[in-house]
Design a protein. Structure first.
Length: 310
């Protein structure tokens, strides 16, 4: 196995870089903190992928790298996947690493690229509260996918400081404000308890009616839930996590099969009180009980075409 794609080597290098990031932060140099942190997160993500198999880190268009990742190197050429691919693939490793986390990591990577490859100064003026809590939360998610913790990665003292940064995230206050405002709107529209109970029992989930509410979310499918603000039926969107064929072929219709698809909940919309929640952080704070849902579809089996070399 070549060192370029080894999980242990990638993880060790990510520790070196996050150490440099923390040192820069303690010196008050937030620009260098962002630079080293962005590099470290990408390496940490690659380590998580390489732990499954090193080939997940190798550039699929470079045959030298693919063979090296499989333990059969025949040259010294080594090319790994781009940051975008790393973060896309991590969504198949952890149910907590969804579109919101991908977008955050890519934004950080794009600022890093602008810093290294242009005359721009993208790190200057960035307020720490706008990205540091989320950065540490994302690192925790990637570490947990490798059965590791912040303490394993940066030591107890710095891990404690990172947890304090996570607790500073404005998400808690934002979600509480959303819940309060939506509850007040609901109670204003339905002044009596009888009115409220009536709307709770009569509201139904209509897929087509709820669909426009999710035009700004990254959902792949939708389901019903109970709104944490008003208690009415609301809609939730989910991002696809896994698929599984659950029924063998019907002898009479061998081209059809039942497929179960699991979706991880990533957003909530309520038509009644107009509550909007996005991302697992907001859903968790609002105590939304639905974490995932499943859809079963009847599909035509997807067979590979004949090779044509009979």
């Amino acid at each position: 196995m070549t060192q370029a794609f080894e999980a242990i080597s990638l993880y060790a290098k990510s520790k070196v870089y996050i150490g440099r990031a923390i040192a820069a932060q303690k010196d008050g140099n937030l620009e260098d903190f962002q630079l080293w942190a962005s590099l470290s997160i990408e390496l940490l993500g690659k380590a998580a992928l390489a732990e499954i198999h090193p080939v997940l880190v190798a550039d699929p268009d470079n045959i030298d790298s693919l063979f090296a990742a499989c333990g059969k190197p025949f040259s010294v050429k080594r090319r790994s996947i781009m940051a975008k691919t790393v973060f896309e693939r991590l969504s198949h490793v952890s149910k907590q690493f969804l579109k919101d986390e991908q977008d955050f990591c890519m934004e950080l990577a794009n600022r890093r690229n602008a810093e290294l490859h242009s005359g721009e100064l993208p790190f200057v003026g960035m307020r720490a509260i706008a990205w540091v809590p989320k950065m540490w939360k994302v690192c925790k998610i990637i570490l947990e996918s490798q059965n590791k913790t912040l303490i394993d990665w940066i030591g107890a003292e710095d891990a404690s400081a990172a947890e304090e940064e996570i607790a500073k995230a404005p998400t808690l206050k934002i979600v509480y404000a959303k819940l309060k405002a939506s509850k007040a709107k609901f109670e204003s529209k339905f002044p009596t308890e009888a009115d409220r109970e009536s709307i709770r029992t009569t509201t139904t989930f209509d897929y087509l009616a709820f669909l426009p509410l999710f035009k700004d979310s990254a959902g792949d499918s939708y389901d019903a839930a109970i709104c944490p603000a008003c208690g009415c039926k609301c809609g939730i969107s989910g991002e696809e996590w896994s698929e599984e064929i659950t029924n063998a072929e019907d002898p009479e219709e061998p081209w059809l099969e039942f497929v179960d698809t699991v979706y991880v909940v990533s957003a909530l919309r309520c038509k009644i009180c107009e509550l909007k929640l996005d991302g697992q952080d907001e859903l968790e704070i609002a105590d939304v009980q639905n974490k995932e849902f499943m859809r079963t579809e009847l599909r035509e089996a997807d067979y590979e075409p004949d090779y044509g070399n009979d």
